[in-house]
Design a protein around this ligand. Sequence first.
Ligand SMILES: *Cc1c(COP(=O)(O)O)cnc(C)c1O
Length: 469
Amino acid sequence: MKERLLRSLPKVDILLKDKDLQNIKESVDYYTFLWCIKNVLGSFRENIKNSNDKDLEKLSDNLLASIKKSIIELIQKEKRKRLQKVFNGTGTIIHTNLGRSVFSKKIAKDISDILSSYTNLEYNIERGERGSRYENLEKLICKVAQCEGALVVNNNAGAVLLTLNEFSQGKNAIISRGELVEIGGSFRVPEIIKFSGAKLLEVGTTNRTHLEDYENAIDETSGVLLKVHTSNYKIKGFTKDVPLGDLVELGKKKNLLVIEDLGSGNLIEFTKYGVIQEPTIKKSLECGASLVMFSGDKLLGGCQAGIIVGKKHLIDRLKKNQFLRTIRVDKITIAILENIFRTYLDEKEAVKNIPTLRMITEDIKEVEKRVNKLSKLLNNKNISHSVIPTKATIGGGSMPEEDIESFGIEFKGDISPNRLEEYFRKNPVSIIGRIEKNRFFIDMKTIFDDDIEELSENIERVFLERGIK
Ligand SMILES: *Cc1c(COP(=O)(O)O)cnc(C)c1O
Protein backbone atom coordinates (compact mmCIF):
# COMPACT_ATOMS: atom_id res chain seq x y z
CA MET A 1 0.00 0.00 0.00
CA LYS A 2 2.70 2.45 1.05
CA GLU A 3 4.80 1.73 -2.03
CA ARG A 4 1.84 2.01 -4.34
CA LEU A 5 0.82 5.35 -2.84
CA LEU A 6 4.35 6.71 -3.02
CA ARG A 7 4.55 5.72 -6.67
CA SER A 8 1.21 7.38 -7.39
CA LEU A 9 2.42 10.79 -6.23
CA PRO A 10 2.29 13.11 -9.26
CA LYS A 11 5.53 14.25 -10.90
CA VAL A 12 6.60 17.89 -10.56
CA ASP A 13 6.39 18.46 -14.37
CA ILE A 14 2.80 17.27 -14.41
CA LEU A 15 1.78 19.61 -11.62
CA LEU A 16 3.57 22.52 -13.29
CA LYS A 17 1.21 22.10 -16.22
CA ASP A 18 -1.91 21.13 -14.26
CA LYS A 19 -5.03 22.99 -15.41
CA ASP A 20 -6.40 23.50 -11.88
CA LEU A 21 -3.19 25.24 -10.88
CA GLN A 22 -2.98 27.66 -13.82
CA ASN A 23 -4.77 30.53 -12.09
CA ILE A 24 -2.61 30.45 -9.01
CA LYS A 25 0.48 29.90 -11.16
CA GLU A 26 -0.14 33.19 -12.91
CA SER A 27 -0.32 35.00 -9.60
CA VAL A 28 3.24 34.15 -8.52
CA ASP A 29 6.72 33.93 -9.95
CA TYR A 30 7.93 30.61 -11.36
CA TYR A 31 10.39 29.86 -8.56
CA THR A 32 7.81 30.30 -5.79
CA PHE A 33 5.40 28.09 -7.72
CA LEU A 34 8.04 25.39 -8.18
CA TRP A 35 9.18 25.60 -4.56
CA CYS A 36 5.61 25.22 -3.30
CA ILE A 37 4.99 22.15 -5.47
CA LYS A 38 8.19 20.46 -4.30
CA ASN A 39 7.52 21.39 -0.71
CA VAL A 40 3.99 19.96 -0.74
CA LEU A 41 5.09 16.75 -2.53
CA GLY A 42 7.86 16.36 0.04
CA SER A 43 5.50 16.64 2.97
CA PHE A 44 3.00 14.21 1.41
CA ARG A 45 5.88 11.75 0.87
CA GLU A 46 6.94 12.03 4.51
CA ASN A 47 3.36 11.74 5.63
CA ILE A 48 2.83 8.52 3.65
CA LYS A 49 6.05 7.00 4.99
CA ASN A 50 5.01 7.69 8.57
CA SER A 51 1.37 6.61 8.32
CA ASN A 52 -0.32 3.41 9.45
CA ASP A 53 -2.70 1.46 7.20
CA LYS A 54 -5.82 3.24 8.40
CA ASP A 55 -4.34 6.71 7.73
CA LEU A 56 -3.07 5.53 4.34
CA GLU A 57 -6.59 4.55 3.41
CA LYS A 58 -7.72 8.10 4.10
CA LEU A 59 -4.76 9.62 2.26
CA SER A 60 -5.34 7.59 -0.87
CA ASP A 61 -8.84 9.07 -1.22
CA ASN A 62 -8.57 12.15 -3.37
CA LEU A 63 -4.78 12.14 -3.18
CA LEU A 64 -4.32 14.40 -6.22
CA ALA A 65 -7.06 16.81 -5.15
CA SER A 66 -5.62 17.23 -1.67
CA ILE A 67 -2.14 17.80 -3.08
CA LYS A 68 -3.45 20.55 -5.33
CA LYS A 69 -5.39 22.11 -2.47
CA SER A 70 -2.26 22.11 -0.32
CA ILE A 71 -0.22 23.72 -3.11
CA ILE A 72 -2.76 26.53 -3.51
CA GLU A 73 -2.84 27.12 0.25
CA LEU A 74 0.93 27.18 0.49
CA ILE A 75 1.24 29.68 -2.35
CA GLN A 76 -1.35 31.92 -0.70
CA LYS A 77 0.58 31.70 2.53
CA GLU A 78 3.85 32.54 0.76
CA LYS A 79 2.21 35.55 -0.87
CA ARG A 80 1.18 36.89 2.52
CA LYS A 81 4.85 37.04 3.51
CA ARG A 82 5.67 39.85 1.10
CA LEU A 83 5.69 43.44 2.29
CA GLN A 84 2.27 44.57 1.21
CA LYS A 85 -0.64 46.86 1.82
CA VAL A 86 -2.99 45.93 4.65
CA PHE A 87 -6.13 47.62 5.92
CA ASN A 88 -5.55 48.84 9.46
CA GLY A 89 -8.88 48.34 11.21
CA THR A 90 -7.34 48.26 14.69
CA GLY A 91 -7.91 51.92 15.48
CA THR A 92 -4.28 52.29 16.62
CA ILE A 93 -2.93 55.25 14.68
CA ILE A 94 0.83 54.69 15.13
CA HIS A 95 0.82 50.89 14.96
CA THR A 96 4.39 49.61 15.25
CA ASN A 97 3.52 46.22 13.72
CA LEU A 98 1.78 47.86 10.78
CA GLY A 99 4.56 50.31 9.90
CA ARG A 100 3.96 53.17 12.37
CA SER A 101 3.15 56.45 10.58
CA VAL A 102 1.71 56.44 7.05
CA PHE A 103 2.59 59.05 4.41
CA SER A 104 0.02 60.83 2.37
CA LYS A 105 -0.34 59.93 -1.32
CA LYS A 106 0.94 63.44 -2.03
CA ILE A 107 4.27 62.77 -0.33
CA ALA A 108 4.64 59.47 -2.15
CA LYS A 109 4.09 61.34 -5.43
CA ASP A 110 6.36 64.25 -4.52
CA ILE A 111 9.32 62.03 -3.69
CA SER A 112 8.93 59.56 -6.53
CA ASP A 113 10.73 61.96 -8.87
CA ILE A 114 13.65 62.25 -6.49
CA LEU A 115 13.89 58.49 -6.05
CA SER A 116 14.13 57.76 -9.75
CA SER A 117 16.64 60.51 -10.57
CA TYR A 118 20.17 61.47 -9.69
CA THR A 119 20.08 64.11 -6.97
CA ASN A 120 22.31 66.69 -5.28
CA LEU A 121 22.48 64.43 -2.22
CA GLU A 122 26.14 65.23 -1.56
CA TYR A 123 26.69 67.96 -4.13
CA ASN A 124 26.65 71.70 -3.58
CA ILE A 125 25.04 73.16 -6.69
CA GLU A 126 26.08 76.77 -5.88
CA ARG A 127 29.74 75.97 -5.58
CA GLY A 128 29.87 73.05 -7.97
CA GLU A 129 31.64 70.87 -5.48
CA ARG A 130 31.09 68.15 -2.95
CA GLY A 131 28.43 69.02 -0.34
CA SER A 132 26.98 67.49 2.81
CA ARG A 133 23.98 65.20 2.73
CA TYR A 134 22.79 66.66 6.01
CA GLU A 135 23.02 70.38 5.24
CA ASN A 136 19.70 71.34 3.64
CA LEU A 137 17.56 69.17 5.85
CA GLU A 138 19.41 70.48 8.90
CA LYS A 139 18.56 74.08 8.05
CA LEU A 140 14.91 73.18 7.56
CA ILE A 141 14.68 71.29 10.88
CA CYS A 142 16.31 74.23 12.66
CA LYS A 143 13.67 76.56 11.24
CA VAL A 144 10.77 74.34 12.30
CA ALA A 145 12.08 73.27 15.72
CA GLN A 146 13.69 76.66 16.46
CA CYS A 147 17.11 75.27 17.28
CA GLU A 148 20.77 75.92 16.38
CA GLY A 149 21.69 72.53 14.99
CA ALA A 150 20.15 69.22 13.90
CA LEU A 151 21.29 65.80 12.77
CA VAL A 152 19.32 62.92 11.28
CA VAL A 153 20.32 59.27 11.75
CA ASN A 154 18.82 55.86 11.06
CA ASN A 155 16.48 55.73 14.08
CA ASN A 156 16.02 57.15 17.54
CA ALA A 157 17.78 54.23 19.22
CA GLY A 158 20.81 55.10 17.07
CA ALA A 159 20.48 58.78 17.98
CA VAL A 160 20.63 57.96 21.70
CA LEU A 161 23.53 55.56 21.19
CA LEU A 162 25.56 58.09 19.18
CA THR A 163 24.94 60.93 21.63
CA LEU A 164 25.90 58.88 24.69
CA ASN A 165 28.98 57.56 22.91
CA GLU A 166 30.17 61.07 22.08
CA PHE A 167 29.47 62.72 25.41
CA SER A 168 29.59 60.01 28.04
CA GLN A 169 31.93 57.24 26.88
CA GLY A 170 33.71 55.78 29.91
CA LYS A 171 31.76 58.14 32.14
CA ASN A 172 28.51 57.94 34.07
CA ALA A 173 25.22 58.63 32.35
CA ILE A 174 23.05 59.59 35.30
CA ILE A 175 19.38 58.65 34.95
CA SER A 176 16.35 58.24 37.23
CA ARG A 177 15.45 54.63 38.00
CA GLY A 178 11.87 55.40 36.94
CA GLU A 179 13.07 56.12 33.41
CA LEU A 180 14.92 52.86 32.73
CA VAL A 181 12.20 51.75 30.36
CA GLU A 182 11.79 49.21 27.61
CA ILE A 183 10.00 50.37 24.49
CA GLY A 184 8.53 48.04 21.90
CA GLY A 185 10.43 45.02 23.20
CA SER A 186 13.73 45.92 21.57
CA PHE A 187 14.73 49.35 22.87
CA ARG A 188 15.89 49.03 26.47
CA VAL A 189 17.49 52.11 27.93
CA PRO A 190 20.02 50.22 30.14
CA GLU A 191 21.22 48.13 27.16
CA ILE A 192 21.60 51.16 24.91
CA ILE A 193 23.66 52.93 27.57
CA LYS A 194 25.88 49.88 27.87
CA PHE A 195 26.43 49.59 24.11
CA SER A 196 27.32 53.28 23.87
CA GLY A 197 30.29 52.78 26.16
CA ALA A 198 28.76 54.98 28.86
CA LYS A 199 28.26 53.70 32.39
CA LEU A 200 24.74 53.55 33.72
CA LEU A 201 24.29 55.27 37.07
CA GLU A 202 20.70 55.06 38.24
CA VAL A 203 19.43 57.39 40.92
CA GLY A 204 16.24 57.63 42.95
CA THR A 205 13.60 54.90 43.10
CA THR A 206 11.09 53.51 40.64
CA ASN A 207 8.33 55.91 41.68
CA ARG A 208 10.19 58.87 43.19
CA THR A 209 13.37 60.69 42.23
CA HIS A 210 14.47 64.02 43.73
CA LEU A 211 16.92 66.64 42.54
CA GLU A 212 19.24 65.74 45.46
CA ASP A 213 19.44 62.19 44.12
CA TYR A 214 21.05 63.52 40.95
CA GLU A 215 23.13 66.05 42.83
CA ASN A 216 24.58 63.46 45.22
CA ALA A 217 25.53 61.20 42.32
CA ILE A 218 27.61 63.82 40.51
CA ASP A 219 31.40 63.56 40.77
CA GLU A 220 34.42 63.64 38.46
CA THR A 221 33.30 60.40 36.75
CA SER A 222 30.02 61.97 35.53
CA GLY A 223 29.36 62.24 31.79
CA VAL A 224 25.80 63.46 31.19
CA LEU A 225 22.45 63.86 32.89
CA LEU A 226 20.03 61.79 30.83
CA LYS A 227 16.25 62.19 30.81
CA VAL A 228 14.06 59.65 29.03
CA HIS A 229 10.39 60.20 28.29
CA THR A 230 8.67 57.08 29.61
CA SER A 231 6.46 57.04 26.49
CA ASN A 232 4.41 53.92 26.81
CA TYR A 233 3.50 53.87 30.48
CA LYS A 234 2.61 56.12 33.35
CA ILE A 235 3.51 55.77 37.01
CA LYS A 236 0.56 56.86 39.13
CA GLY A 237 0.04 57.57 42.82
CA PHE A 238 2.90 58.51 45.13
CA THR A 239 5.32 59.72 42.49
CA LYS A 240 7.86 62.43 41.85
CA ASP A 241 10.19 63.15 39.02
CA VAL A 242 12.50 66.07 38.45
CA PRO A 243 11.33 68.55 35.82
CA LEU A 244 13.71 69.06 32.92
CA GLY A 245 14.21 72.74 33.86
CA ASP A 246 15.52 71.83 37.33
CA LEU A 247 17.85 69.26 35.83
CA VAL A 248 19.18 71.90 33.44
CA GLU A 249 19.89 74.26 36.36
CA LEU A 250 21.80 71.50 38.10
CA GLY A 251 23.68 70.70 34.90
CA LYS A 252 24.76 74.34 34.55
CA LYS A 253 25.96 74.46 38.16
CA LYS A 254 27.98 71.27 37.76
CA ASN A 255 29.05 71.86 34.18
CA LEU A 256 27.27 68.75 32.82
CA LEU A 257 25.25 68.32 29.63
CA VAL A 258 21.57 67.49 29.97
CA ILE A 259 20.25 65.36 27.12
CA GLU A 260 16.70 64.17 26.63
CA ASP A 261 15.30 61.18 24.75
CA LEU A 262 11.81 62.39 23.98
CA GLY A 263 10.74 59.29 22.04
CA SER A 264 7.80 60.59 20.07
CA GLY A 265 8.88 63.79 18.41
CA ASN A 266 6.04 66.20 18.77
CA LEU A 267 5.84 69.72 17.34
CA ILE A 268 2.13 70.37 17.79
CA GLU A 269 0.19 71.91 20.69
CA PHE A 270 -2.47 69.19 20.76
CA THR A 271 -4.59 70.86 23.45
CA LYS A 272 -5.77 73.25 20.74
CA TYR A 273 -7.48 70.28 19.12
CA GLY A 274 -8.96 68.89 22.34
CA VAL A 275 -6.37 66.14 22.68
CA ILE A 276 -4.15 65.58 25.70
CA GLN A 277 -0.74 67.26 25.42
CA GLU A 278 2.37 65.25 24.63
CA PRO A 279 5.65 67.01 25.49
CA THR A 280 6.89 69.11 22.58
CA ILE A 281 10.40 69.39 21.22
CA LYS A 282 10.30 73.18 21.47
CA LYS A 283 9.39 73.00 25.16
CA SER A 284 12.36 70.75 25.90
CA LEU A 285 14.68 73.13 24.06
CA GLU A 286 13.20 76.13 25.84
CA CYS A 287 13.78 74.41 29.16
CA GLY A 288 17.43 74.33 28.18
CA ALA A 289 18.16 70.71 27.24
CA SER A 290 21.48 70.66 25.34
CA LEU A 291 20.31 67.94 22.95
CA VAL A 292 16.88 66.40 22.35
CA MET A 293 16.32 63.17 20.43
CA PHE A 294 13.16 61.76 18.87
CA SER A 295 11.79 59.31 16.28
CA GLY A 296 10.87 60.23 12.72
CA ASP A 297 7.94 57.84 12.37
CA LYS A 298 5.93 58.35 15.52
CA LEU A 299 4.04 61.60 16.18
CA LEU A 300 6.18 63.48 13.68
CA GLY A 301 4.42 61.44 10.99
CA GLY A 302 7.45 60.73 8.79
CA CYS A 303 9.62 57.71 8.16
CA GLN A 304 11.98 55.67 10.35
CA ALA A 305 14.70 58.04 11.52
CA GLY A 306 16.26 59.44 14.65
CA ILE A 307 16.49 63.21 14.87
CA ILE A 308 18.82 65.06 17.22
CA VAL A 309 18.30 68.79 17.80
CA GLY A 310 20.04 71.32 20.03
CA LYS A 311 23.25 73.28 20.43
CA LYS A 312 25.28 73.69 17.26
CA HIS A 313 28.71 73.03 18.74
CA LEU A 314 27.44 69.71 20.16
CA ILE A 315 25.81 68.68 16.87
CA ASP A 316 29.13 69.47 15.14
CA ARG A 317 30.89 67.05 17.47
CA LEU A 318 28.36 64.34 16.67
CA LYS A 319 28.98 64.86 12.95
CA LYS A 320 32.63 63.99 13.47
CA ASN A 321 31.95 60.81 15.44
CA GLN A 322 32.91 57.79 13.28
CA PHE A 323 29.90 55.86 14.55
CA LEU A 324 27.63 58.25 12.62
CA ARG A 325 28.74 56.58 9.37
CA THR A 326 27.14 53.29 10.46
CA ILE A 327 23.74 54.85 11.17
CA ARG A 328 23.58 57.44 8.40
CA VAL A 329 20.40 57.86 6.43
CA ASP A 330 19.60 57.13 2.82
CA LYS A 331 18.29 59.66 0.30
CA ILE A 332 14.81 58.19 0.68
CA THR A 333 14.77 59.25 4.32
CA ILE A 334 16.09 62.69 3.48
CA ALA A 335 13.52 63.17 0.72
CA ILE A 336 10.65 62.19 3.00
CA LEU A 337 11.79 64.21 6.00
CA GLU A 338 12.43 67.32 3.89
CA ASN A 339 8.89 67.05 2.66
CA ILE A 340 7.46 66.45 6.15
CA PHE A 341 9.36 69.31 7.79
CA ARG A 342 8.41 71.66 4.98
CA THR A 343 4.78 70.78 5.66
CA TYR A 344 5.32 71.73 9.31
CA LEU A 345 6.26 75.29 8.29
CA ASP A 346 2.50 75.84 8.29
CA GLU A 347 0.78 73.99 11.15
CA LYS A 348 -2.60 74.06 9.41
CA GLU A 349 -1.07 72.24 6.44
CA ALA A 350 0.59 69.74 8.76
CA VAL A 351 -2.57 68.67 10.60
CA LYS A 352 -4.39 68.42 7.30
CA ASN A 353 -1.80 66.64 5.16
CA ILE A 354 0.16 64.41 7.55
CA PRO A 355 -2.14 61.41 8.06
CA THR A 356 -0.97 60.70 11.63
CA LEU A 357 -1.77 64.25 12.72
CA ARG A 358 -5.00 64.36 10.75
CA MET A 359 -6.30 61.20 12.43
CA ILE A 360 -5.40 62.49 15.89
CA THR A 361 -6.95 65.92 15.47
CA GLU A 362 -9.93 65.35 13.12
CA ASP A 363 -13.48 65.92 14.26
CA ILE A 364 -15.55 62.83 15.14
CA LYS A 365 -17.94 63.86 12.34
CA GLU A 366 -15.24 62.88 9.81
CA VAL A 367 -15.08 59.35 11.22
CA GLU A 368 -18.86 59.23 11.20
CA LYS A 369 -18.86 60.09 7.48
CA ARG A 370 -16.43 57.25 6.79
CA VAL A 371 -18.38 54.70 8.82
CA ASN A 372 -21.63 55.65 7.08
CA LYS A 373 -20.00 55.42 3.67
CA LEU A 374 -18.75 51.89 4.35
CA SER A 375 -22.01 50.85 5.98
CA LYS A 376 -23.97 51.97 2.91
CA LEU A 377 -21.70 50.03 0.56
CA LEU A 378 -22.05 46.91 2.74
CA ASN A 379 -25.83 47.28 2.81
CA ASN A 380 -25.82 47.31 -0.99
CA LYS A 381 -23.91 44.04 -0.88
CA ASN A 382 -26.30 42.56 1.72
CA ILE A 383 -23.54 42.03 4.27
CA SER A 384 -24.96 42.11 7.77
CA HIS A 385 -23.14 44.40 10.16
CA SER A 386 -23.74 47.12 12.72
CA VAL A 387 -22.21 50.51 13.38
CA ILE A 388 -20.84 50.85 16.91
CA PRO A 389 -19.04 53.54 18.94
CA THR A 390 -15.42 52.62 19.71
CA LYS A 391 -12.29 54.06 21.27
CA ALA A 392 -9.22 54.45 19.08
CA THR A 393 -5.70 54.97 20.44
CA ILE A 394 -2.65 56.87 19.32
CA GLY A 395 -0.01 54.18 19.90
CA GLY A 396 3.71 54.43 19.18
CA GLY A 397 4.41 55.11 22.84
CA SER A 398 2.52 58.38 22.76
CA MET A 399 -0.15 59.42 25.20
CA PRO A 400 -0.60 55.91 26.63
CA GLU A 401 -3.87 56.73 28.35
CA GLU A 402 -5.52 58.87 25.74
CA ASP A 403 -8.59 57.38 24.03
CA ILE A 404 -10.04 58.98 20.94
CA GLU A 405 -13.73 58.70 20.14
CA SER A 406 -14.32 56.68 17.01
CA PHE A 407 -16.77 54.45 15.17
CA GLY A 408 -16.47 50.86 14.05
CA ILE A 409 -18.29 48.30 11.95
CA GLU A 410 -19.06 45.12 13.81
CA PHE A 411 -19.51 41.81 12.01
CA LYS A 412 -21.28 38.81 13.45
CA GLY A 413 -21.92 36.17 10.85
CA ASP A 414 -22.58 32.58 11.87
CA ILE A 415 -19.05 32.01 13.19
CA SER A 416 -16.95 33.02 16.19
CA PRO A 417 -15.18 36.41 16.42
CA ASN A 418 -11.80 34.64 16.39
CA ARG A 419 -12.64 32.88 13.12
CA LEU A 420 -13.85 36.14 11.60
CA GLU A 421 -10.64 37.83 12.68
CA GLU A 422 -8.61 35.07 11.02
CA TYR A 423 -10.60 35.07 7.77
CA PHE A 424 -10.36 38.86 7.46
CA ARG A 425 -6.63 38.74 8.22
CA LYS A 426 -5.95 36.02 5.65
CA ASN A 427 -7.83 37.72 2.82
CA PRO A 428 -5.51 38.42 -0.16
CA VAL A 429 -5.51 42.08 0.90
CA SER A 430 -5.27 41.57 4.63
CA ILE A 431 -7.85 43.30 6.83
CA ILE A 432 -6.60 43.59 10.41
CA GLY A 433 -9.53 44.17 12.76
CA ARG A 434 -9.94 44.12 16.50
CA ILE A 435 -11.70 41.84 18.99
CA GLU A 436 -13.10 43.40 22.14
CA LYS A 437 -15.62 41.88 24.56
CA ASN A 438 -16.08 38.97 22.19
CA ARG A 439 -17.00 41.22 19.27
CA PHE A 440 -15.06 41.53 16.02
CA PHE A 441 -15.01 44.93 14.35
CA ILE A 442 -13.12 47.29 12.07
CA ASP A 443 -12.30 50.64 13.67
CA MET A 444 -12.80 53.41 11.10
CA LYS A 445 -10.34 55.82 12.75
CA THR A 446 -7.48 54.21 10.83
CA ILE A 447 -9.28 53.53 7.54
CA PHE A 448 -8.61 56.12 4.83
CA ASP A 449 -11.45 57.67 2.89
CA ASP A 450 -9.83 56.67 -0.43
CA ASP A 451 -9.72 53.04 0.67
CA ILE A 452 -13.34 52.51 1.66
CA GLU A 453 -14.60 51.22 -1.66
CA GLU A 454 -11.75 48.75 -2.01
CA LEU A 455 -12.27 47.69 1.61
CA SER A 456 -15.95 46.99 1.02
CA GLU A 457 -15.06 44.80 -1.97
CA ASN A 458 -12.58 42.87 0.13
CA ILE A 459 -15.08 42.38 2.95
CA GLU A 460 -17.53 41.00 0.40
CA ARG A 461 -14.81 38.68 -0.88
CA VAL A 462 -14.21 37.29 2.63
CA PHE A 463 -17.92 36.65 3.12
CA LEU A 464 -18.30 34.94 -0.27
CA GLU A 465 -15.12 32.86 -0.24
CA ARG A 466 -15.61 31.67 3.34
CA GLY A 467 -19.36 31.14 2.93
CA ILE A 468 -20.23 33.35 5.91
CA LYS A 469 -23.92 34.05 6.41
C1 LIG B 1 10.25 54.81 20.42
C2 LIG B 1 11.28 55.25 21.35
C3 LIG B 1 12.62 54.97 21.12
C4 LIG B 1 13.07 54.18 19.92
O1 LIG B 1 12.92 54.92 18.76
P1 LIG B 1 13.18 54.21 17.32
O2 LIG B 1 13.01 55.34 16.35
O3 LIG B 1 12.15 53.15 17.19
O4 LIG B 1 14.55 53.66 17.36
C5 LIG B 1 13.56 55.42 22.02
N1 LIG B 1 13.20 56.10 23.13
C6 LIG B 1 11.91 56.41 23.40
C7 LIG B 1 11.59 57.16 24.65
C8 LIG B 1 10.90 55.99 22.52
O5 LIG B 1 9.63 56.27 22.78
